[in-house]
Design a protein around this ligand. Structure first.
Ligand code: ATR
Length: 279
């Protein structure tokens, strides 16, 4: 088994993945190295080929290379095919490279196990219809919501996404204007609007009593939506740091055959991020 791992992205300088996998390795006693590598745009396949040819064991793949990684993989898991993106590459015993996507499973695990928020029988709203939204649709539908509404600035993109997943459960795609007068028990923010401090234009009264709100991003990018959730009276709101740790644990388990415990790592990261903010 090779002990060399990395995350490929651009930019990748602020990635928490090296820290997370170092903590996992220490906790499980697995001897491995994991580094963040910035790959030039257009250079993903060549860099990944060189990495595996030189004995690398596995890669995480982040923005903007997840679709390129899907094409690079020799074999794909069903969940990677559904997500239309690969965030984890793993060298197999026969030398082939398997492409997987652990984002959706990591999200659902954070939601249901760490936070204890139910999905079954709930009215769920997913904001956004890009790659991040696509990655969580299949696990959300598998959890049995009463309804799942995908709302997006470009309504046609939401409708197309809903149509692509309609075989998995009750999903509908709409534009923002169709949200007026509707109520939801769980709202998931998956647009990239927060990266520029913006928020999708959400109507008042969208949350049912006791509703939960989750932003797939963390840090400053999640702040506008978390503020909105507090103003609108959400029972609880969470950012996506737990999802980041859970998807990493899924990747680690695929590579090493050992599932690290995530609670202590999530706690350590929250502490470190809070210290950085206070500096
Ligand atoms: P990602 O892979 O992060 O999901 P993406 O595939 O580029 O990135 O998708 C970005 C999502 O954020 C889309 O749903 C986009 O809406 P459009 O499909 O209409 O472009 C949404 N988005 C980005 N900026 C936004 C903004 N300022 N307000 C609302 N939605 C926004």
């Amino acid at each position: 088994m090779s002990d060399r791992y990395a995350v490929f992205g651009n930019p990748v300088g602020h990635s928490l993945s090296p820290r997370i996998h170092a903590l996992f390795a220490a906790a499980t006693g697995e001897a491995l190295t994991y580094e963040a590598v910035e790959i030039p745009l257009g250079g993903f396949s060549a860099a990944a080929r060189a990495f595996f040819a030189s004995g690398g064991g596995g890669l995480n793949v982040t923005v903007p290379f997840k679709e390129e990684a899907l094409r690079f993989a020799d074999r794909l898991t069903e969940r990677a095919r559904r997500a239309g993106a690969v965030n984890t590459l793993a060298r197999q015993g026969d030398g082939a490279v398997l492409g997987d996507n652990t984002d959706g499973a990591g999200f659902l695990r954070d939601l249901t196990e760490n936070l204890g928020w139910p999905v079954a029988g709930r009215r769920v709203l997913l904001l956004g219809a890009g790659g991040a939204a696509r990655g969580v649709l299949a696990p959300l539908l598998a959890a049995g919501p009463a309804e799942l509404v995908v709302a997006n600035r470009t309504a046609a993109r939401a409708r197309a996404l809903a149509a692509a997943f309609a075989d998995l459960g009750p999903v509908e795609g709409v534009g923002w204007e169709a949200l007026a007068g509707r109520r939801f028990d769980l709202v998931i923010q998956a647009t990239s609007a927060g990266l520029t401090g913006a928020l999708p234009p959400l109507p008042e009264g969208l949350l049912s009593p006791g509703a939960h709100c989750y932003d797939l991003r963390y840090g400053a990018a999640a702040a506008p939506f978390l503020r909105w959730a507090a103003t609108e009276g959400a029972a609880a709101a969470a950012d996506g740091l737990g999802m980041l740790v859970e998807q990493a644990a899924e990747s680690f388990a695929l590579w090493r055959g050992v599932r690290p415990s995530t609670g202590p790592v999530l706690q350590a990261l929250r502490r470190e991020l809070a210290e950085k903010l206070a500096q």
